[in-house]
Write a protein that binds this ligand. Sequence first.
Ligand SMILES: *[C@@H]1O[C@H](CO)[C@@H](O)[C@H](O)[C@H]1NC(C)=O
Length: 207
Amino acid sequence: MFIIFFCCVFFFLFCLLFMFLGDSLSCIECVNATGLSCTGSGVICPEGSVCGSHYTVTESGGSVSVTVSRKCLPENQCRSSGSYSFVNVKIKTATSCCNTNNCNPSLPQWSSRSSEPNGVTCPSCSSPGSVVCYSGETMQCTGNENICFMRSSTIAESQLPSSVRGCGTQNICNAEFKSTSPGLTNVLFFCRNKVSDQRMPKCSPLM
Ligand SMILES: *[C@@H]1O[C@H](CO)[C@@H](O)[C@H](O)[C@H]1NC(C)=O
């Protein structure tokens, strides 16, 4: 009698466990700072997550570098793609997602980048080591990069601040936008909507 009772209790707990495990998605977590693919071990995601891959392509001078980071992502971060440019650097990012255990999201569809000037002019500068940047230089924005931004970040190795200004797509200003740049942490974007306003304060981080 007791044995049957314990078997039932055990079976019940077993079912309960499966119900909970069945609900949670597992995703690979990894970073590759020098390529578009990576593998790692699976982690159980918080509820409401999907498996996401976040890609960043950086063109600087003549060289192109790519990075990917894979992890559990809130679903609203799956369409976080955009691009921005400053001085002679062009960065584009895209995220793709899938939602089965340890699935590998497909490579994103990059929209081709127009080099046609769009009439917007933004301050353009890069100042590693400084919280703000101002060079007096401007750049002509192209394609759908029609917003002036400032990106502040921390250089991971030296813990020094770093700041750049240039042109970007509107969505880089969204809170969900993420850009994984190798070697940078605390990456934040500050934007201003009145894109052609030339009376931009020279040193304000909030442009
Ligand atoms: C990074 O990606 C490159 C090219 O896709 C690949 O050859 C390399 O093995 C990857 N490195 C890691 C750590 O996954």
